[in-house]
Each structure stands twice: as C-alpha cells, then as structure tokens.
Design a protein around this ligand. Structure first.
Ligand code: NAD
Ligand SMILES: O=C(O)C(=O)C[C@@H](O)[C@H](O)[C@H](O)COP(=O)(O)O
Ligand code: ZN
Length: 347
C-alpha cells in the first residue's frame, strides 16, 4: 500500500485506516494549536480509551525536554508495543512525535497527519525524525517511516498566512532542485491563491522519488537540503529572539545565499540567480542583522550533517532544476554569501 493517502474526507478516511490496523491503544499527539483547530475534525472517531497529549507549539519546544514529557505520558498510560501513535500537527509534531514513538520500548508504530502546508509538501515523506539539541537543528534523530501519512487540505483553512508562506518555500525548493517547469509554473505574484492539493501532490512526488532512491541520505537525498546549511544556521541563531524565523523563512534566506554560492562555484547563470533572488525577496522580503551575528551563524554551519570532518559540504544548483551535492565550501565563502544577501537591493 502507498503509505501516503490524499484525503478529501479526513475523518472517514482515518476511520477506514484504523479499521485496517490492529492496535492495543491509540496515543494522539497535538500541540496547543492543532488541539484547537485540527483535533475536533477527528475526535469523534477515536475509541474512548484513546490517550490525548498536547504540548506547547513551535520550534522552541522541539527538544528533549518535550520528548521527556511525551514519554512520561506514554509510560503513565502504560502503552504497550502494540499501541499506535498518531501525530496531528506540523513538522515539529511529526518530527518529534515520530521520534518519541520510534524510541519508546524500542519503537511503536505511528501515523502522521500533517496539518501545515510545510509538513504536507515536505516533512510528510522520507522518515526523517528528530529534535533540536543545544541549539542545533534536528541534531538528535533517526530515520523511520510512519505506517501511513494522511494529507488533507481541510486543515489549511485555519493555518495562519505566515505559516502557509513558510511552507511555500519548500515547494519552491522542490522546483529549484529537480523540476524547472514546476518552478516556472508557480505563480509567485499570487502565491496565496493556489490549487494546494495539486502542488502538494507534485511536491510529494518529487520528494518520494528522491528518498526512494536514497532513503538514508548517502548521496542524492542531499539535494533536498538545498538552502538548509545556511538556512538552518539562521533559524537556530534567531530562534529565541525577537527576529524569530519560521523554517521556510530561514531556508528562503538560505536558498538566496546558496544560490550565490551556486553562481560562484557551479556557474549557475547570473540570470537564474537573479530570478531566484527576485522570487524569494518578493515573497519573504529581507531581514537585517548585525556584523555580530556573522560569527555565530558561521559556527552553526560547522555542525551541518552533510559536512565531512572539517569540510563544509553544500548542495548547490548547476542550473534551475539541477542540483549537485558534496560541494566543498570554505568559511570565507559562506561569509561572502551572507554578505551578498545583506547587500541585495529589495527593488
Ligand atoms: N522531517 C522532514 O523531512 C522535515 C521536512 C521539512 C521540515 N521539517 C521540520 O518541520 C518543522 C517545521 O514545520 P512546520 O512549519 O509545520 O511548523 P510547526 O509544526 O511548528 O507548525 C507551525 C505552526 O502552525 C500551527 N498549526 C499547525 N497546523 C495548524 C492548522 N491546521 N491550523 C492552525 N494552526 C496550525 C502549529 O501549532 C505551529 O504553531 C521544522 O522543525 C523543520 O525542521 C522536517
Ligand atoms: O528530507 C530531507 O532530506 C530534507 O533535507 C528536507 C528538509 O526540507 C528538512 O528541513 C529536513 O528536516 C532537514 O534535515 P537535516 O538533515 O538537515 O536536519
Ligand atoms: Zn526543510
């Protein structure tokens, strides 16, 4: 069975899925927003002994302390190894809940119901699970696939616009790394009004094709990380402060900086670099930061999972729709790329 179900009637489809799985008990994880906006769409179908657990929302709670809280709730409920864990939420809940399920009693099965655009187009597929640690993105984690992923655009109706916009960055990424015509057909000026299901299905198709050929990121899968070396560094650096960036906003910055590196190191044409810059700047604008931010952001890049020893390895574009990986980049070149972003003209 294809583990990804595109649903137009999420409650009845989940009921059907559950009737086909034998489990001892259900454990349902939400965050405070998905408890309010998404759980009510499904609650009536859960058996009366279902255990519900809600955690605080957002990236700053994607950590071991929240995992401990989740594992305590699972233990208190005496979940056995035939229990089924259901994640209802965005990428934070999917990554962290999947991780908690995969570790508890050496692993119980889980289902993902992604409720943000970002988690539907990207985090839904590929089995990357984990949490942040000591300020580093997804530093602790594992690969493990859910039993099923159920995607419904019904959830997007309550999603704040900035979260929709954040998810759109991963859609643009999919075009840039693998599919030029997908990128060219995105209506950037009118990005809020799209046929979301069509885009989700296309993005999931691209992602599936990549992760099927390289599930554990030995090689090709690194292309999905375009924009993420520098993007994750920005996301981590600004996590606790007033300039907090959503994942998609951070990787949009990363994709501009890494577009510059692509131009410098792989001859991405000036014209295509300009198109990439205009695309991201028109949707995400520009953030400003100080000279004092550079050092910590560069240090964070040193911890990227694609690096080999002390060599920083990037995924960069040869042209739009064609991404290479394992490209060594020096600390000075990263600094130059961030300066390039800082000096870009918004007009
Ligand atoms: N595993 C992967 O392959 C993968 C891929 C991409 C991103 N990620 C990770 O995903 C995370 C980002 O995911 P995200 O953008 O979904 O963030 P998120 O999970 O924090 O969700 C964003 C916000 O939207 C709220 N929300 C979720 N669904 C809602 C709904 N339907 N209505 C109203 N509010 C809703 C959440 O409570 C949260 O406040 C990052 O941690 C990133 O590292 C993982
Ligand atoms: O699925 C992948 O592989 C990706 O790199 C997709 C990214 O969009 C996603 O943000 C992922 O969580 C990043 O993984 P990491 O290995 O850089 O932590
Ligand atoms: Zn991402």
């Amino acid at each position: 069975m294809d583990p990804v179900i595109f649903s137009t009637s999420i409650a009845s489809d989940l009921k059907k899925v559950l009737s086909g799985i034998s489990f001892s008990q259900l454990f349902v994880l939400t965050d405070q927003n998905t408890e309010q906006h998404c759980l009510p769409k499904l609650k009536s179908i859960f058996p009366s002994d279902t255990v519900f657990k809600t955690v605080s929302a957002g990236e700053k709670n994607k950590n071991l302390s929240t995992c401990t809280d989740i594992w305590s709730a699972m233990t208190k409920a005496a979940l056995d190894r035939k229990a089924l864990f259901i994640n209802i939420g965005g990428g934070v809940i999917g990554d962290m809940g999947g991780f908690c399920a995969s570790i508890y009693k050496r692993g119980i099965r889980f289902i993902n119901i992604p409720t943000t655009l970002l988690s539907q187009v990207d985090a839904s597929v590929g089995g990357k699970l984990g949490v942040d640690f000591e300020g580093l993105k997804n530093h602790l984690g594992t690969f493990n696939e859910p039993e099923t992923v159920m995607i419904s655009t019904e959830f997007l109706t309550t999603l704040p616009e900035e979260e929709l916009r954040s998810g759109y960055a991963e859609i643009i990424k999919h075009g840039l790394i693998q599919d030029k015509s997908y990128f060219e057909n995105l209506s950037i000026e009118n990005w809020e009004n799209q046929n979301w299901m069509e885009l989700i299905q296309h993005s999931v198709g691209i992602k599936k094709q990549v992760v099927t050929s390289d599930p554990k990121e030995a090689g090709l899968r690194k292309v999905l990380n375009y924009g993420h070396t520098i993007g994750h560094a920005f996301e981590s650096h600004f996590l606790d402060g007033p300039k907090h960036l959503l994942h998609g906003e951070a990787i949009a910055i990363g994709m501009i900086c890494e577009g510059y590196l692509s131009h410098k190191k792989l001859n991405l044409s000036a014209n295509e670099l300009n198109i990439i810059n205009k695309t991201f700047l028109s949707i995400y604008g520009k953030i400003s930061f100080a000279e004092s931010d550079f050092g910590p952001i560069l240090d964070l890049c040193l911890q990227d999972k694609k690096n080999e020893g002390s060599v920083l390895m990037f995924s960069l574009l040869k042209k739009i729709g064609d991404c290479s990986y394992n490209i060594p980049v020096s600390r000075d070149e990263i600094k130059e790329a961030i300066l390039y972003y800082q000096n870009l003209d918004l007009s």
